[in-house]
Design a protein around this ligand. Structure first.
Ligand SMILES: *[C@@H]1O[C@H](CO)[C@@H](O)[C@H](O)[C@H]1NC(C)=O
Ligand SMILES: *[C@@H]1O[C@H](CO)[C@@H](O)[C@H](O)[C@H]1NC(C)=O
Ligand SMILES: *[C@@H]1O[C@H](CO)[C@@H](O)[C@H](O)[C@H]1NC(C)=O
Ligand SMILES: *[C@@H]1O[C@H](CO)[C@@H](O)[C@H](O)[C@H]1NC(C)=O
Length: 376
């Protein structure tokens, strides 16, 4: 349910972020390093860099923002202004990667992180559907983490949500518990995550420019997913659980739901190309044009079946598959017709669990011999 209006007025933004006004202008400065690796070299490298409590950096006079690798110029400035946000951006991106790996665990491309420098590796240089998903889910992770951190009082520039009371909330329910500040999370993530894309100044209509537009669209889709899935949560009060009184607030959806939602958007992602006016346009005009909630891509996916240094594909050799499944996790599709090897493996499980009064559960450990299938 959409409770808030996602159309921000301009004054509203600077009302909340007066400090960003000068930065916003300085962001126009261009930076040409690493044109395509915007995500992997900043947001996601932060996911892999453990950021300790930011106070430590301040006290130690060792500036956090110069230590974080891969920040763009504009992001570095935002980092200096909002040092206490950085840990949550890192956490959020990490949550995004984990969710990506969960959603794609049964696919040929499994969202694996390749190495410590490029995170998702070279496949991210290709403007594919998969790349679109990783941008969206990590932007979503950042909105999620910042919104929650506001609510928990961890950040100096935001607090509980100040979202207006939903019109359809029953009259006698109270509105005003401390809610997740998705409003702030959305805006901050937009400034921070998109900063790198906005700094670029590629010629209109160039391949690099269309990739920038693709990234921006997918970042936005990820942020909107978190924003739009946030909903009202309520708690009962009243004599002996009578629930005569309710207090309600705005609450983030479980991040799994965000992952599932974006996975659907991945399945229906729109193929785009750069148009004559320097904007992305849909390749197949028979379909409805993508909305800001939709994922878009500009390149076909590489072949994820075989290991390929050029594309960065890891290939599916050595992946587990399911012999009886006809889905993407089935051996036929997962192994791309190359066949599979069969192993017997011992599987240890908790079993025969019993509830003991009161209150614990005791289980036995069972071992069984199971068949495992691994792609050739
Ligand atoms: C990244 O990996 C390389 C080798 O793969 C290693 O030499 C380097 O120290 C690593 N960097 C970090 C920050 O872990
Ligand atoms: C790797 O991918 C590139 C681009 O798709 C292709 O031209 C090349 O033949 C592939 N190499 C191998 C060894 O499959
Ligand atoms: C993803 O696939 C690669 C090889 O394709 C494999 O090395 C890695 O373990 C897989 N990761 C997960 C989480 O299954
Ligand atoms: C394999 O796929 C079948 C059919 O989809 C499913 O019932 C079964 O639970 C799967 N096995 C494993 C180990 O995931």
């Amino acid at each position: 349910m959409l409770l808030l209006n996602p159309q921000w007025s301009c004054w509203g933004f600077f009302f909340f972020f007066p400090a960003l006004l000068p930065v916003a202008w300085r962001l126009l400065i261009t930076s040409r390093e690493q044109p395509f690796l915007s995500l992997s070299s900043s947001l996601l490298s932060m996911a892999l860099t453990p950021i300790q409590r930011p106070e430590m950096y301040i006290i130690g006079a060792q500036p956090l923002c110069t230590q974080l690798s891969g920040l763009s110029q504009g992001q570095r400035k935002l980092c200096q202004l909002y040092q206490d946000h950085m840990m949550y951006i890192g956490d959020g991106a990490k949550t995004g990667i984990k969710e990506c790996q969960y959603q794609f665990r049964q696919r040929r491309w499994n969202c694996s992180t390749v190495d410590n420098t490029s995170v998702f590796g070279r496949v991210m240089q290709i403007g594919s559907r998969e790349t679109a998903f990783t941008y969206a889910i990590s932007a979503a992770g950042v909105v999620n983490a910042i919104s929650r951190a506001c609510r928990e009082g961890e950040l100096s520039t935001c607090g509980c949500s100040r979202a207006a009371r939903p019109r359809d909330l029953p009259r006698d329910w109270l509105w005003g518990g401390c809610g997740d500040n998705v409003h702030y999370g959305y805006r901050f993530a937009r400034e921070f995550v998109d900063a790198r894309e906005r700094e670029k100044n590629f010629p209109r209509g160039s391949a690099e420019h269309s990739r920038t537009l693709m990234n921006l669209q997918n970042n936005e889709a990820g942020r909107q997913a978190v924003y739009n899935l946030a909903n009202v949560a309520c708690k009962c009060h009243g004599v002996s659980g009578s629930c005569s009184l309710k207090t309600c607030w705005l609450q983030l959806a479980d991040f799994r739901r965000v992952g599932e939602f974006l996975k659907e958007k991945y399945d229906s992602a729109a193929a785009m190309r750069i148009g004559r006016r320097g904007k992305l346009e849909q390749v197949d005009k028979r379909f409805n044009p993508p909305t800001p909630e939709d994922l878009v891509y500009i390149d076909p996916s590489p072949d994820y079946c075989l290991h390929n240094e050029t594309t960065g594909s890891l290939g599916t050799q050595g992946r587990l598959c399911n012999k009886t499944s006809e889905g993407m996790d089935g051996c036929e599709l997962m192994c791309c017709g190359r066949g599979y090897d069969q192993f017997k493996m011992y599987k240890h499980e908790r079993c025969h669990c019993k509830f003991h009064w009161c209150c614990y559960v005791k289980c036995k450990r069972c071992t069984s011999l199971v068949d495992q299938f691994v792609c050739k």
